[in-house]
Design a protein around this ligand. Structure first.
Ligand SMILES: Cc1cc2nc3c(=O)[nH]c(=O)nc-3n(C[C@H](O)[C@H](O)[C@H](O)COP(=O)(O)OP(=O)(O)OC[C@H]3O[C@@H](n4cnc5c(N)ncnc54)[C@H](O)[C@@H]3O)c2cc1C
Length: 523
């Protein structure tokens, strides 16, 4: 157990791709402390299977990657952010390779896979379907080799603290329940996503929207939170977790079949199984709703593909499904959609700067507008790399700013709260509510109900003491932000679909939603 620290130069909250990449960038400029709420291996990065996109193959061009990213974003990408993403990509990937990342190759040449809505084969993968794990391994090894970086596990960051209007550190609760405050010149939120808002999710248990909730409570702007991507294909078996069945399976030629064993995607989109994720997720929901079965599913069918190739190309998916007695190479795989990715987050500029001095955000916790209303597959590991590096570079400038004196803060008042309901009960109720009313298909009435219930829940979670209670409070805040933003956006776009406003409304809503305190605006 490392000695407790009360002060450092740079604080990085989170050790996924974004946090680790930023830490590496910061290391030459000062002491970097990376806080992680559980183990380093608990992250979405670790789970990422399909790969990472970059226009590196001979047949590809940066302009095509840009165009595909903009198309997926459904008119809402910040074009500057998207341009930065695709232009910085090749250099960031070359660097990863230099640091030891073993992407899959044929002979000496990198192999590029294809995923939905990409017009070229441009997805690099590692050990078949363990891309995120390999990238995190290499970044962590690199970070550990740099003397200025310390990584502390089981340090749960609860709140931002201020000094003279500038973010100057975080409050932390460790695994023994002890509270402390750590001061720094600048703080980066790289806390990942918020998939735990939903009953069905591919996200790890750490994805509770902590960064967004902390930033919002501190007065920072958050943006585009109505855009939650639902992955169309998560394993659906009673006793199994909602294990992700990568888009790359459909890239390799897998079909989707309904309960009548019919392929149905061509009815919904000309790209059929390779249509954008939101289209596939809604098509599946539609097929589920029209089925008369008691507990309907849709199937992923790989049985027409070469068995040996499937086992070799997707070893992790193959072996995980086999644990649940499904041989994906020879049997139909029951699936349903699950919450997967948050396009929005803490509003930042192209260098990760949030709206509060001293505060930065990168990766899934950030909202640069790079994904618009819908993320292109395999662009999010890339986002963490590119914007993590840029945020780290920008934070280094903070060292030159006058540090100011460190204020002594009174201990947080966590006692004398209302009667407490076990955090687990609140979280399960919230997840069901969000799935039903703020999920794949939304209505104004349902969102209003969700907001009313979430506001009621606020009182139950407002005085957290344990780590789980802090997570419950963060989920309640993030849920409310998602539902309010979804209600305000009276149109359908990208991953946000409302039956009462099924079309785009470009005049009013081809803009980003921005929440400032109680107000939501579109800019
Ligand atoms: C199953 C799955 C498959 C995916 N497949 C792909 C893919 O193939 N390609 C792709 O591009 N993207 C994929 N994604 C998305 C991608 O993995 C994530 O968007 C990306 O890894 C996010 O990286 P990050 O660094 O922002 O956050 P994460 O990797 O989630 O890391 C978040 C970090 O923050 C820490 N943290 C959170 N809250 C706190 C707190 N309060 N205090 C301290 N620490 C905290 C966590 O412990 C963790 O270390 C996938 C996601 C999932 C879930």
């Amino acid at each position: 157990m490392p000695a407790a620290l009360s002060e450092t130069d740079f604080l990085v909250i989170g050790a996924g791709v974004a946090g680790l990449r930023a830490a590496i960038e910061l290391a030459p400029a000062g002491r970097v402390l990376v806080l992680v709420k559980r183990e380093v291996a608990d992250s979405s990065t670790q789970l990422a299977q399909g790969g990472i996109a970059a226009a590196l193959s001979d047949e590809d061009e940066i302009s095509l990657h840009l165009q595909d990213t903009l198309n997926a974003g459904d008119g809402l990408c910040n074009p500057e952010a998207a341009r930065v993403l695709v232009e910085d990509a090749p250099e960031r990937i070359e660097e990863l390779i230099q640091w030891g990342t073993q992407f899959d190759r044929e002979g000496t040449k990198l192999t590029f896979g294809r995923e939905g809505a990409h017009s070229r084969n441009r997805i690099l993968h590692a050990h078949g379907d363990s891309t995120g794990r390999e990238i995190q391994r290499a970044l962590y090894a690199k970070a550990k080799s740099l003397p200025h970086i310390s990584v502390h596990e089981f340090e749960f960051s609860t709140d931002l603290v201020f000094d003279g209007g500038r973010v100057s550190g975080v409050r932390v609760i460790n695994d023994r329940g002890e509270h402390s405050t750590i001061h720094a010149l600048a703080v980066l939120l790289a806390t990942g996503g918020m998939g735990q808002l939903y009953l069905n999710t591919t996200n790890p248990s750490v994805a509770t929207g902590d960064g967004v909730a902390m930033a919002y409570r501190a007065g920072a702007e958050v943006t585009d939170l109505e855009f939650i991507q639902f992955h169309p294909t998560a394993l659906y078996l009673k006793k199994a977790p909602r294990f992700l069945l990568s888009e790359a399976l459909r890239g390799e030629g897998a079909y989707l079949r309904n309960m009548e064993m019919m392929r149905f995607m061509a009815k919904y989109h000309p790209m059929a199984e390779l249509a954008p994720r939101d289209v596939v997720a809604r098509a599946i929901m539609h097929e589920l709703e029209r089925s008369r079965a008691k507990d309907p599913v849709v199937y992923l069918d790989l049985t027409h593909l070469n068995e040996a190739h499937i086992r070799r190309r997707f070893p992790r998916i193959y072996s995980t499904c086999l644990q649940y007695n499904v041989d994906i190479a020879s049997e139909l795989v029951p699936i349903r959609p699950a919450a997967h990715y948050a396009m929005g987050g803490v509003r930042t500029d192209l260098d990760g700067r949030a709206s509060l001095p001293g505060l930065y955000a990168a990766g899934e916790a950030a909202g640069t507008g790079v994904h618009g209303a819908n993320r292109l597959a395999s662009n999010s590991l890339l986002e963490g790399l590119v914007f993590g590096a840029r945020a780290g570079r920008k934070m280094r400038d903070e060292l030159r700013a006058p540090a100011g004196k460190v204020s002594v803060l009174p201990p947080a008042a966590y006692s004398n709260g209302p009667v407490r309901i076990p955090a687990e009960n609140s979280v399960s109720a919230l997840q069901e509510l969000m799935w039903k009313e703020a999920g794949i298909v939304r209505t104004g009435g349902g969102l209003k109900q969700a907001i009313a219930r979430l506001e009621e829940m606020g009182a139950q979670v407002s005085h957290p003491q344990s780590r789980r209670e802090f997570e419950a409070r963060n989920l309640q805040i993030a849920g409310l932000l998602v539902a309010r933003s979804a209600l305000a956006r009276e149109e359908s776009r990208g991953a946000h679909y409302r039956t009462d406003f099924p079309d785009h409304n470009d005049v009013k809503f081809r803009k980003h939603s921005i929440v400032r305190g109680e107000k939501i605006g579109f800019e």
